[in-house]
Design a protein around this ligand. Structure first.
Ligand code: HEC
Ligand code: HEC
Ligand code: HEC
Ligand code: HEC
Length: 285
């Protein structure tokens, strides 16, 4: 009886190693012990190429161990990353897990073109209008796991390409009221005009009217509608007693222009929407 069981185990493992073309996982196992076998193959979680024992090729495109946590259900590292994505409102500029604005790279697509290491570097050494968040290495690893999980949940259409944001070299043919009145203290990525402003004293206002901006208007933490912004500009301290921002006096057209400039979506009919038109749906939230 004992002999028979051993024989069975031997046979079933032999089956694993059988040379099924394209599905052979034995080469990873030549150098590594196996784990999580009931959850999938090595390459399903780590990528890489299992059809060779040559390490450079086997490890091509490998997802390192620290970025692999997201493959495990309810993994705490990934959960913390998801909290960070939410608390730092990354989705006011990025899409992740098919949710968010498209003012900057769609992170569900970024991971197809970039390695987790490159994405981590992009968070550590931000360029252009990506804010500097000063995350610890552990937090960056958590974020990348959350971003990778987001990409996994999305069915990526073959044709779609990431939003292209133009930042430099474009002729500026209009005067931006945002630059004039807010840009000294604030920055914002916008759908129509790319990055505006150069200030770092005030918060980055990208996607302010969207559901993905921090909900922090007033005591009851509401969303920033156009109406709410108008109240704020008249007297920030009436909304937030210790606000560090002075009131800004604007003409009606100037305020409307700022609201249009700050939009996170292209208007459907390609015409600038009137601020008044946008007030209703936004404040209905
Ligand atoms: C020829 C031996 C060899 C083969 C084949 C091989 N590995 Fe490795 N692997 C190593 C060695 C050595 C290390 C540790 C040094 C390093 O990271 O390069 C390693 C490290 C790793 C790590 C950890 C990397 C990190 O930085 O966290 C993972 C994950 C991994 N291998 C997965 C795989 C998978 C999946 C396959 C098959 C597709 C595979 N390996 C094939 C030798 C191999
Ligand atoms: C369900 C996903 C999953 C599968 C399948 C999987 N791994 Fe892993 N692997 C991970 C995770 C997550 C880690 C990070 C450490 C941990 O949780 O054990 C990891 C870590 C590693 C490491 C780094 C060393 C260590 O133990 O920390 C190596 C090497 C590795 N895996 C190789 C493999 C090989 C070879 C296979 C195929 C037999 C495989 N893995 C299958 C998820 C997986
Ligand atoms: C104010 C808008 C804004 C916010 C908020 C923001 N980012 Fe970015 N991010 C950018 C811009 C701009 C880039 C440069 C690449 C591009 O054009 O999208 C970028 C690049 C990245 C990249 C590299 C993407 C690639 O394809 O190279 C990652 C990863 C990233 N951001 C993660 C995050 C995370 C995580 C957060 C939240 C903690 C965050 N970002 C918040 C604007 C933003
Ligand atoms: C002199 C610098 C300065 C100018 C000019 C300025 N702001 Fe501010 N703004 C700030 C500071 C500082 C804060 C942070 C307020 C606080 O202490 O809570 C802020 C906060 C805000 C907030 C709250 C955002 C949040 O997430 O808390 C909004 C909205 C805002 N400003 C919009 C504008 C707009 C629109 C303009 C232009 C019409 C403008 N600001 C001009 C400095 C400025």
């Amino acid at each position: 009886m004992v002999v028979r069981i051993w024989l069975l185990i031997l046979l079933s493992t032999a089956n694993l190693f059988a040379a099924e073309p394209g599905k052979d996982i034995s080469h990873c196992l030549e150098c590594h012990p196996s784990h999580y076998t009931d959850l999938g193959t090595c390459v399903a979680c780590h990528r890489g190429f299992s059809g060779t024992a040559r390490i450079n090729i086997a490890h091509d495109g490998l997802i390192a161990a620290r970025f692999s946590s997201f493959t495990i259900d309810d993994d705490p590292t990934t959960k913390r990353g998801e909290e960070l994505l939410k608390n730092y409102a990354c989705r006011r500029c990025h899409t992740s897990g098919d949710k968010g604005n498209r003012l900057a790279a769609n992170l569900d697509f970024s991971q197809l073109e970039k390695t987790p290491e490159e994405l981590e570097e992009a968070i550590q050494f931000p360029v252009l209008f990506m804010p500097e968040f000063h995350f610890s290495q552990q937090q960056r690893v958590e974020l990348i796991n959350a971003i990778l999980l987001g990409g996994r949940q999305v069915k990526i259409p073959e044709q779609e390409l990431p939003e292209v944001v133009h930042f430099e070299g474009e002729e500026v043919t209009r005067e931006f009221q945002f630059e004039k009145y807010c840009g000294g203290c604030h920055r914002a990525l916008t759908a129509r005009f790319g990055g505006l402003g150069s200030g770092l004293i005030g918060p980055n206002l990208s996607g302010i009217f969207s559901e993905f901006y921090v909900l922090n208007f007033g005591e009851d933490k509401k969303r920033w509608s156009i109406e709410n912004l108008e109240k704020w500009l008249k007297n920030p301290r009436k909304i937030r007693p210790f606000a560090q921002m002075p009131p800004v006096e604007l003409k009606k057209e100037e305020f409307e222009s700022i609201c249009n400039e700050l939009q996170h979506q292209e208007p459907v009919n390609n015409a600038l929407p009137e601020a008044a038109e946008l007030t209703a749906p936004l404040s209905a939230q």
